[in-house]
Design a protein around this ligand. Structure first.
Ligand code: 13P
Ligand code: SF4
Length: 304
């Protein structure tokens, strides 16, 4: 059995041999975050992926993120170390559903959360992440109907911030719906000075009692700049490792201890090593899907 150190050494040797770079999402397990060349939220990772010069990108996240990297930088080999690392929300809407929505609302602009499949992205007008959804929707012409897919909670948050009436789909994140107001209010009683930061995938009730609603990258930036010393974190708990690492003197309390995305936890050091050894699992998309989906992702990148 290899020790972690041996695996880490093998990974760095393979990275050089194959000209590879490792990207990881903020929810990845600690060891994966530690060996990654770049850790970030969906928007940061999309932008970074589009600029990569290396031949191979090992994407430690879920499938839609690796697909996004492939679409934005199609000449690269993009690998995901566990092929079953999917996002249940992304599978809550199909390309056929989008085509039907368009038929029901002719002329509407379709805004699509990046947590969606490549086929869905190929049928929308513009993509967004939780970091720029409000900005993107605010920029759209006032006389147009807007369809927002697939996350109904991010959609209702964006609607409340932009005062735009959005046509929503019924998708949601099974991990973020675990976060509830009772637990947050209980922690707040024990730590009255703690600021409540939540992800916009949370339910409207949770969002209503939060001090700030932020993407994972937004939380890292906010905590770093804030004068507060205590925070209740309403998102997948993997981010707490990075928050703590960057702010060793501050205290972080998970809004709900079991807020774990099982898909995000599938990747580990051994799987990264095997991925580099055997070029697995490669993201393959048709040229047509890449071309169509790229247009909506390129627009998304303009709103930083
Ligand atoms: P971020 O873009 O905020 O990192 O969110 C990604 C995600 O999947 C949240 O569940
Ligand atoms: Fe998808 Fe939710 Fe996991 Fe994010 S936390 S990847 S939205 S299932």
């Amino acid at each position: 059995m290899n020790t972690n150190l041996e695996i880490i050494n093998t990974i760095s040797k393979l990275k050089k041999e194959k000209d590879a770079i490792i990207l990881a999402h903020n929810y990845q397990i600690n060891e994966v975050q530690d060996i990654a060349d770049y850790v970030g939220d969906s928007l940061e990772l999309s932008i970074r992926a589009s600029e990569i010069k290396n031949k191979v990108i090992v994407f430690c996240g879920v499938r839609f993120m690796a697909e996004t990297a492939k679409i934005l930088n199609p000449s690269k080999t993009v690998l995901i170390p566990d092929k079953s690392a999917g996002c249940p929300m992304a599978n809550m809407i199909t390309a056929k559903d989008v085509i039907e929505l368009r038929k029901a609302h002719p002329g509407a602009i379709v805004v699509c959360y990046v947590n969606s499949t490549a086929e869905v992205k190929a049928n929308v007008d513009i993509c967004c992440t939780s970091a720029n959804a409000v900005k993107i929707v605010s920029s759209l012409p006032a006389d147009k109907e807007i369809i927002f897919i697939p996350d109904k909670y991010l959609g209702s948050y964006v609607s409340s911030q932009t005062k735009r009436n959005l046509i929503l789909w019924h998708g949601y994140c099974p991990t973020h719906v675990l976060i509830n107001t009772n637990t947050i209010l209980q922690i707040k009683k024990e730590h009255p000075d703690a600021e409540v930061l939540v992800h916009p995938e949370c339910t409207p009730e949770v969002i209503n009692i939060a001090d700030k609603v932020l993407s994972t990258g937004g939380m890292l930036k906010y905590v770093h700049e804030s004068q507060s010393n205590e925070f209740i974190i309403g998102t997948e708990i993997g981010i707490i490792y990075r928050l703590q690492k960057q702010n060793p003197k501050k205290m972080f309390y998970p809004a709900q201890k079991n807020t774990i995305c099982p898909n995000m936890k599938l990747i580990n050091l051994e799987k990264i090593m095997w991925s580099l050894e055997d070029n697995i699992y490669e993201i393959n998309l048709s040229n047509e899907i890449i071309k169509k989906a790229r247009a909506s992702l390129e627009k998304m990148k303009e709103y930083v």
